[in-house]
Write a protein that binds this ligand. Structure first.
Ligand code: RAM
Length: 379
């Protein structure tokens, strides 16, 4: 009896298997959309555990997705200065590469209305429809409130060439070179030119509100404390407001005031040309040399005739290019302005946003390097 029941069960089982194989079973076969081998989320390889080991340097480098449309403003200290035109050229190159169909508005005040003019442009930027503004600040901390208002209105605010000292309203500063290093470079050029005997030197700066020049002057004073510069005597700091005529007059006033003056150090491309021209016009180049930060194309004759034997600078084209890349990435939401964020700036390669070690507050992207020029490489 047991055997018979077993046989019946076995026959029924075989029949049921056959029916299932032929598709006629009561239980439908799994629909093809239920992908058979699809890994369940829980079966996915486990995500790496958070660990204290920092990710490889290249892991988080953000590469720009081109073609996003953002209107941007490039605001120089003032219009009519060749170096700012070069920065605009670099920004245009980056814009083309990034295929931004939006606008790039290169706009600035006149040199004699720089402070009020910059504040006005930043204040009006949100109502002009701009999504980002790139500022070379000539208005010290006075620009902070309008930069902050622009941020609050949703604009991306990046500074380049000259930061907002307090960093109010500024997301990142694109530094052409390290500001402390600028002080050392200027001290070294002074030592090179004046030699072991040293002598008196004076600084002819841009405007008293120029954050970059002010920082460089402080850095140079700091550098001069090193005993190796003991024979260099800094006697004065004067301001030509980055205007040629005013700078020329200030250079001549220094000559009158300091009969033993041996060097004028001008950390401005406008000031250095004006001072060199003043010394040349007064036939004083044997007695008083000029150095500082200058544009080779504007300095070539003064370097060749010995009035300005040595000076330094960086590429303003690259500075504009790098600034545009960073600002595009921030304004399109592809990158955040946070310490440690990394991005690729086209032909210039990878950069990291860090704390600005030369200010109490603020973030920085450091470009570099310096190039020193003399009669051998000025052309
Ligand atoms: C002038 C401007 C600019 C500065 C250069 C060195 O053209 O003041 O801000 O970076 O000099």
């Amino acid at each position: 009896m047991k055997l018979t029941v077993f046989r019946i069960v076995a026959v029924l089982t075989v029949l049921s298997m056959l029916l299932t194989a032929c598709g006629g079973g009561a239980t439908p076969a799994p629909a093809p959309t239920q992908a058979p081998a699809a890994a369940e989320p829980t079966q996915a390889p486990a995500a790496p555990e958070p660990t204290a080991v920092p990710a490889p340097a290249t892991a988080g480098v953000v590469e720009a997705v081109p073609g996003q449309s953002v209107d941007m403003i490039l605001l120089p200290k003032f219009m009519g200065n060749l170096v700012f035109d070069e920065a605009n050229q670099g920004a245009e190159e980056a814009m083309k590469e990034l295929q931004n169909p939006g606008k790039l508005n290169y706009v600035g005040p006149t040199a004699d209305n720089s402070v009020a003019g910059q504040i006005e442009i930043v204040t009006n930027a949100p109502t002009q429809g701009a999504k980002a503004i790139m500022i070379s600040n000539n208005s010290g901390d006075q620009l902070g409130p309008s930069a902050e208002a622009a941020r609050n209105a949703g604009l991306t605010v990046v500074t380049w060439d000259s930061p907002i000292p307090s960093a109010q309203g500024e997301q990142v500063f694109v530094a052409q070179v390290d500001f402390k290093e600028t002080g050392v470079v200027m001290a070294d050029m002074a030592l090179d030119i004046l030699g072991a005997d040293g002598g008196q030197l004076a600084i002819l700066s841009a405007s008293p509100d120029a954050a970059n020049q002010n920082a460089w002057i402080e850095a140079m004073k700091e550098a001069l404390k090193d005993p190796k510069y003991a024979k260099l005597e800094l006697v004065d700091v004067v301001y030509g407001n980055d205007q040629s005529e005013e700078s020329y007059k200030q250079a001549l006033a220094l000559v009158d005031k300091y009969p033993d003056l041996k060097l004028i150090m001008a950390p401005t491309t406008i000031g250095i040309v004006a001072a060199a021209k003043a010394m040349q016009d007064e036939k004083l180049c044997d007695q008083i040399k000029v150095s500082g930060l200058g544009l080779p194309s504007e300095m070539v004759s003064y370097t060749k005739n010995g009035c300005a034997p040595e000076f330094a600078l960086w590429s303003f084209v690259d500075l504009g290019y790098l600034t545009y890349y960073l600002t595009y990435l921030l304004a399109t939401g592809q990158l955040e302005a946070t310490e440690g964020a990394q991005f690729k700036a086209g032909r210039m390669g990878d950069y990291t946003i860090t704390k600005d070690p030369t200010r109490e507050q603020g973030l920085r992207v450091l470009m570099g390097p310096f190039t020193k020029y003399n009669k051998d490489n000025v052309e």
